[in-house]
Ligand binder design. Sequence first.
Ligand code: SF4
Length: 190
Amino acid sequence: MMKLRIGYRWKNTTVLGPGRRFVIWVQGCRRRCYRCTAPELQSEEGGAEVSCSDLAKEILDTPQIDGITISGGEPLLQAEALTELLDIILSQKPDLTVILFTGFQIEEITDEKSLRLLRQIDLLIDGEYIDELNYDNIGLRGSENQRLIFLSDRLLSFQEELTKGERKREIHLLNPNELLTIGIATRQNN
Ligand code: SF4
């Protein structure tokens, strides 16, 4: 059974795709985007390992969710483990939709492990984060170069809202000393 290294997870957000979604931020990214929106997720040694079966069970046991959103970090660095995770989940709850963010452009994704993962994804948001192109505060993407690519028709009815809707943010208290902010960040003007 494979393990996945993740930074954070949150059971129930409404700001990273349609409906209520379980969101996973995978740990590890080799890009160094200017003004990276999640620098604490870059280290491939950070975060914590969780077995795919334990995480799948946690997601399957979460009531009233419509889907899963996978962000990071760079999910494609752990494509095999994510495929295993989604295999378990979707074999039991095939109606859950899956959204995945990657810093790669879809044309660059050619290795078999990543392609296998993409077959389980309904909406891919692709391309690297470019801070100077983060200016319009709309859509489920960090910068204007990133594309929303619908790999199935299951989220197509939300296309207008996902591409043109105003971004929303949630702030949760993880513990008395730590806040978790969820949602696409607006550009910092400093
Ligand atoms: S892809 Fe995301 S996590 Fe990786 S360096 Fe860029 S902004 Fe940061």
